[in-house]
Design a protein around this ligand. Structure first.
Ligand SMILES: C[S@@+](CC[C@H](N)C(=O)[O-])C[C@H]1O[C@@H](n2cnc3c(N)ncnc32)[C@H](O)[C@@H]1O
Ligand code: SF4
Length: 361
């Protein structure tokens, strides 16, 4: 069993903060792209049964109906007879009943929508084109078409955002009655419009208070905090994303897509010109046993339940404590070790980058 990620890099609008692999939508490019995507899948996929499938972007929902029909035809190459979860990322402004019904007809069972914030000032700052009224209508439509497994992406930590406006965003989210949320602290990435203004980062203290508020609010509303940025109601954890954090195998098809099969990590080119010319691969790296174990820890410790000691031993025939010097991290309570697992305590998750760096040489 394998998992598959498919990248659709087209967007109708480029947001001020985004450093993801994306280009402006053009129907001419979409057609050529889908041709190459089909070739790539045929070349690389080895007919395994697929357990989770994730179409991300960019904006998959930016494709028009005919392009989406073509995309689903390509997906028929994959053996999805045992598929447990099939997610598609959607943006509010280009989703409608026709597209949602097409998703449903083609076995999609999870919708992920990028909302980011409900605050009009911050929506403008992020250069998002939807309004809160649009969000409410789209969520209603998603439920009407019959999707119950839905995720919302929210961001926090904008300049001028304060605790009160974050509380308002969280309360607007809760009113939507959606079982999963990913909440990201705004990162100012190079080569984005936001990076031009150096004064927009908010201070670490406020950012960590915001993270605390998010944890507290979501937990008190029965969302389980299962990964640094992810919260779910019982039974709604994202199975596909857990494949990444559990260091399990997945194919990655499309522009900039990453893959991990056996001991090989691959990354496709981010150049559309190269991709369309059939030069998919940007780099491939065969991992040593040590690198595999490092990834197991770096990815696994993102989960609040951390890394299972027995599973680690069964996979690598060694004990975590013999491979990594974690005594100081444990003594200083950056890591907790219990009978079964090693994990980062929730109050330290905000510092996870500083903790995880200890597992890289
Ligand atoms: C693959 S991206 C975009 C998916 C979709 N096109 C959208 O815009 O909603 C997934 C999520 O990453 C988050 N994200 C993207 N850039 C970010 C940044 N610079 N800082 C924090 N979060 C970011 C956003 O919440 C976004 O929805
Ligand atoms: S955030 Fe989403 S919609 Fe905006 S540019 Fe990035 S991928 Fe496209």
């Amino acid at each position: 069993m394998k998992s598959v990620y498919i990248h659709i890099p087209f967007c109708k609008n480029i947001c001020s903060y985004c450093d993801f692999c994306k280009v402006f939508y053009s129907s001419d490019w979409v057609n050529q792209y889908l041709d190459m995507l089909e070739k790539e899948i045929k070349l690389i996929y080895k007919n395994e049964k697929i357990r989770t499938l994730y179409i991300g972007g960019g904006t998959p929902s930016a494709l028009n109906i005919n392009e989406l029909i073509r995309l689903f035809t390509i997906i028929k190459e994959l053996d999805i007879s045992s598929l447990e979860e099939f997610t598609i990322e959607c943006n509010i402004e280009d989703i409608n009943k026709e597209k949602l019904s097409l998703f449903k007809k083609n076995d999609v069972n999870r919708i992920s929508i990028g909302i980011q914030t409900f605050n009009p000032e911050f929506l403008t700052f992020l250069q998002r084109r939807h309004t809160t009224a649009d969000v409410i209508n789209v969520v209603k439509l998603i439920k009407e078409v019959g999707f119950t497994n839905v995720n919302v992406d929210l961001m926090f930590g904008f300049k001028r955002q304060n605790i009160k406006s974050l509380k308002e965003d969280l309360s607007s989210f809760l009113q939507l009655d959606i079982p999963h949320i990913s909440v990201y602290s705004l990162m100012i990435e190079e080569n984005t419009k936001l990076a031009i203004d150096k004064t927009i980062e908010i201070d670490d203290d406020l950012n960590s208070k915001m993270y605390e508020l998010i944890n507290k609010t979501l937990k008190s509303n029965n969302y389980f905090h299962y990964e640094i940025s992810n919260y779910a109601k019982a039974g709604y954890e994202a199975k596909h994303n857990l494949v990444y954090w559990n260091n399990e195998e997945y194919y990655g098809f499309g522009l900039g897509a990453a893959s991990f099969i056996k001991d090989k990590r691959g990354e496709n080119t981010r150049s559309l010109t190269k991709y369309l010319a059939g030069n998919y691969i940007h780099q491939e790296h065969y991992l040593s046993k040590k690198e595999m174990m490092q990834n197991e820890m770096i990815l696994g410790l993102r989960k609040t339940r951390g890394v299972d000691k027995k599973s680690f031993f069964n996979k690598y025939q060694c004990f975590i404590g013999d491979v990594f010097d974690i005594k100081d991290l444990i003594n200083n309570k950056y890591l907790i070790e219990d009978e079964n697992k090693i994990y980062i305590p929730e109050e330290k998750l905000f510092l996870s980058n500083e903790i995880l760096i200890n597992f890289i040489e």
